[in-house]
Design a protein around this ligand. Structure first.
Ligand code: HXC
Length: 513
């Protein structure tokens, strides 16, 4: 037995070395951690249990039978993060560049299935040169096996992808299907075709970082939700993100202990600018209303006219969607609609209540928006809110104009409680534009059209630039003093805790993609 145990120990030692010391050193020189080091920092101390450590590839072409590494380029297993069961795969770049072989894919699929059966989140740490070139089509099949399982798991368990190195070609589609992507600045990139192919086909000269680096995807494409300065920051973000989520779609997120105290926030009474066209940062309202330090913004650098993220209210996890008057006046456009729709759907999948702060002048006009499908994209947000069955509350802080009033979680599309601040203006459009249309004849026929216009603008504004017309109809449940917002929300979300909605039976809806 002693001898046999020694053989086992030597195999474990071999597997732990991945592609060997020289390649580990080269990985470190690039400023990257190894697959196992990443797991070490992510999972609770001593909690990780590896599965499939002895797996090797089955390839025999190109002399591959002579070059085998235990584990075959991916470390898979389970452990706990902040005490909660989590499954993980971590690609090992020191073994054939972390490339995906048939067996590498099988290991990932095995972990995905276990995560689904046992109802716990799946984390993928990606660092791979893509399909194992020596294996040809079996590698492509392996990718498709993973994509298929990503889709099966979608909405069942949270799936997070952290990109820690290359992720190119079709390989990008596994992270793309998962719920959140995190990337590391300067050491990770994602693209369907790399700089060389781009140069050949479109004659554009672009670096990997410009084409598909963390900041590019965080701000231009919106592919990644977080751009992190280094791997440890990415790992800490994964841990924080998970803390707002339940283990699976059957559970609710766990709450943090909370002691009731004075919930009034007098600061909010003085926050709104005098002039309704002056901007303010909606994050000030979010941070004042939510539990201190609890707001984690998602997609912060993309479509900044809408702010989305997780927070806690009296210890409970909530998802926040808020128009941002400090950017493009908080207007809704294609990108902000898509960004918010995806976030709303995530929260709804995983029983995370939704809080909306609304200050929206409408949809962004222009050929760019129309030709790029603002109709379809705006409909995504409308659809996402309408189908969401989690508790949903809206607070209108200022403008709620036009179709955007309907879309931003109005009562009409199923919101549970809608509050308005006294500064709310709820109308078909701004008073100036409205007056120009409905009083056109009187304005153009007046001795002083400019004066007439101002007079009519005031008339329209006096009637509609307030929350009371909507409150008379019951479209607003209560007009509240801003300082009382947090207290009202805590009570209302508690009241909605056991909300049940039965949707019509269907196979699945057809969100306008
Ligand atoms: C097999 C690979 C590999 C691959 C890298 N290696 N990519 N082995 N299959 N796809 C090996 C290298 O031979 C090398 O082995 C080691 O990994 C490290 O690679 P280097 O090139 O030395 O590293 P680096 O300079 O950092 O460059 C990394 C890289 C480059 C940019 C990823 O290796 C590269 O371009 N690889 C090919 C990428 C690619 O075209 N993949 C297929 C994409 S198509 P040694 O023994 O020297 O350590 C695809 C389709 C998926 O993935 C479809 C899904 C639907």
């Amino acid at each position: 037995m002693k001898n046999k145990i020694e053989i086992l120990q030597s195999k474990i030692k071999e597997a732990n070395l991945g592609g060997g010391n020289a390649r580990i050193e080269s990985q470190h020189k690039k400023g990257k951690l190894t697959a196992r080091e990443r797991i070490h920092f992510l999972m609770d101390d001593g909690s990780f249990e590896e599965i499939g450590m002895m797996v090797t590839h089955r390839s025999t072409d190109f002399g591959m039978e002579r070059e085998k590494y235990l584990g075959d380029g991916v470390v898979t297993g389970y452990g706990t993060i902040n005490g909660r069961l989590t499954y993980i795969f971590s690609q090992d770049f020191t073994v054939f560049g972390g490339s995906l072989s048939e067996t590498h894919a099988e290991k990932i699929c095995k972990i995905m299935e276990m995560a689904m059966k046992n109802g716990a989140p799946l984390i993928g740490l990606n660092d791979s040169g893509g399909a194992r070139i020596q294996e040809g089509v079996v590698s492509l099949g392996g990718y498709a096996d993973i994509f298929y399982r990503n889709v099966q798991a979608s909405g069942v368990i949270p799936q997070l992808s952290a990109i820690m190195g290359p992720c190119a070609g079709g390989a990008v589609y596994s992270p793309a299907i998962t719920d959140f992507i995190l990337m590391v600045e300067n050491t990770s990139y994602m693209f369907v075709t790399g700089p060389n192919v781009v140069k050949t086909v479109t004659h554009e000269i672009v670096t990997s970082e410009e084409l598909g680096g963390a900041n590019t995807h965080a701000s231009k494409s919106g592919v990644t939700h977080f751009a992190c300065a280094n791997e440890l920051e990415a790992i800490n973000h994964v841990k924080k993100l998970l803390s707002y989520m339940p283990q699976n779609c059957e559970e609710t997120p766990c709450s943090l202990p909370y002691e009731a105290s004075d919930e009034s926030r007098p600061y909010l009474n003085d926050l709104m600018p005098q002039n309704a066209s002056q901007p303010y940062d909606i994050r000030e309202i979010i941070n004042t209303v939510a539990d201190p330090e609890s707001f984690l913004e998602v997609h912060a650098a993309y479509a900044e006219n809408i702010v989305v993220g997780f927070a806690r209210l009296a210890g409970r996890s909530i998802g926040i969607v808020a128009n941002q008057p400090a950017f493009l006046a908080g207007v809704l456009d294609s990108n902000s609609s898509t960004k918010a729709a995806r976030f709303v759907r995530f929260c709804d999948c995983f029983n995370i209540p939704l809080l909306v702060f609304e200050d929206v002048p409408g949809f962004l006009p222009g050929t760019d928006q129309e030709w790029n499908g603002i109709i379809t994209n705006g409909a995504k947000l409308l659809y996402a809110f309408s189908e969401a069955t989690v508790p949903r509350i809206t607070v209108i802080t200022r403008k709620a104009y036009g179709g955007a009033y309907d879309v931003m979680n109005s009562k009409h599309i199923g919101a549970d409680m809608n509050y308005a601040w006294p500064s709310a203006e709820i109308a078909v459009m701004g008073a100036k534009g409205a007056a120009e249309i409905i009083f056109k004849r009187e304005i153009t026929g007046a001795e002083n059209p400019e004066e007439k216009w101002i007079e009519k603008e005031k008339l329209y504004s006096d009637i509609f630039a307030n929350p009371y017309r909507a409150a008379e109809r019951g479209f607003i449940d209560e007009v509240i003093e801003p300082a009382q917002t947090r207290a009202k929300l805590i009570k209302a979300f508690k009241m909605l805790e056991n909300k049940v909605v039965n949707m019509p039976r269907k196979k699945h809806g057809n969100i306008p993609l």
